[in-house]
Each structure stands twice: as C-alpha cells, then as structure tokens.
Design a protein. Structure first.
Length: 195
C-alpha cells in the first residue's frame, strides 16, 4: 500500500502541472468551453447493479463489447464530454501514467465520448499514444451514455467514471463536475478494492 500511496503522490504532482494539453502545437487546437453546469443528468444505474452491456466502435475500427471482458478483466468506463476541450484533453493522457496500476488490478480502461470516429482519431493522435480503447458513442447519438444516465441535455456526456468488476457489477460511480478532472488517487483506491 505504501508503494501505491507514493505512486499516487507522484501522479497527482505530475497531473497538477497540466502538462498534457499545453504543448504549443496542441493548445492552439483546444476549444475553450467556459464554465459549464457541473452536472446535468440523472443516473439510470447504481452501485451493485449489473452494468448495461454495449458494443461501440473504436478509433481502430474494432468493435468493443463490454461483456467481452466479463470473467476476464475489471473495467473502468471513462466518459468524457467532448474532444478538443481542455479538461478532456488533459484527463485521458493522465491515464497513461497509471497504466501499471490498471495492470496490477487486472483492469482495462474504455474511453467513451459522443464524438464521431474521425474527430476522435484526430484528437487522440494529437494527444499522443493512449494505451486504452477510445470508443465512439456517436450513433445512435449517446445511446450508451443515455443507458447509464450520463447524457446531458446539450448532447454531450457527463465526465463520469464507472468501475465494473469481472462479474459485470458496478462497484463505483463518479459523475464528476464537468469542469474538473476526476482524482486519479480515488480511482486507484477504488481499483484496489477489487482485489
């Protein structure tokens, strides 16, 4: 546990510097949204319930189905509102730093947004290599987000994390203030509870 606490401290230190989305080439492509209503949806799932299954296309063209991980991997769903926005562009590259923690807890991260594949492809290429599948919930628009209860009234998703165990049960939910990045430290703690 001491190792995780030290790693968590280093991760938080690195992420609070905002290094990911601030390169000169990248920052000129980011759309500033201004301050948004922190949350704008009603959850349709709860901790302890079975996670709604889905199949979405990834930016590599593969179809990814949540149930393909059942019995094999714990899953973290990371819904982000929109490509090319400041917090989203900082959040997902941050998961590269804690990939080994996902591996230690036999977990996979699935990144989901309502943007279309070409937009996601360009955005993620600009961010750099991400180790996890990036999935498009574009059409039918926001169907997966709607099933989880995280589709906002303006058509984007909440900034939300769902930790799902190998049995397909939701173990943790964080519908986060859309204007802020969720804490990696809390996510690490929730992953540790799955052992």
């Amino acid at each position: 546990m001491g190792k995780i606490s030290f790693l968590t401290f280093i991760i938080i230190l690195l992420l609070t510097t905002g290094a990911f989305a601030l390169s000169d080439a990248y920052k000129n492509n980011i759309f500033t949204t201004g301050l948004l209503k922190p949350t704008d949806s009603v959850l349709k799932v709860k901790v302890g319930s079975k996670a709604p299954d889905f199949t979405l296309r990834s930016i590599t063209g593969d179809k990814v189905t949540l149930s393909q991980y059942r019995g094999k991997k714990n899953v973290v769903l990371s819904f982000v509102p929109a490509a090319w926005t400041p917090v989203c562009s900082d959040q997902w590259p941050g998961y590269n730093i804690i990939r080994d923690i996902f591996d230690e807890h036999d977990a996979i991260l699935l990144g989901i947004t309502v943007d279309n594949i070409p937009t996601l492809y360009a955005w993620t290429n600009q961010m750099g290599q991400l180790w996890f599948p990036v999935l498009s919930d574009f059409w039918p628009h926001g169907k997966v987000a709607k099933n989880y209860g995280v589709l906002r009234s303006d058509g984007v998703t909440e900034r939300a994390l769902f930790v799902i165990d190998k049995k397909g049960l939701i173990r943790y939910i964080d519908v986060h203030n859309i204007n802020q990045r969720p804490s990696l430290e809390v996510l690490v703690e929730e992953l540790a509870k799955l052992k």
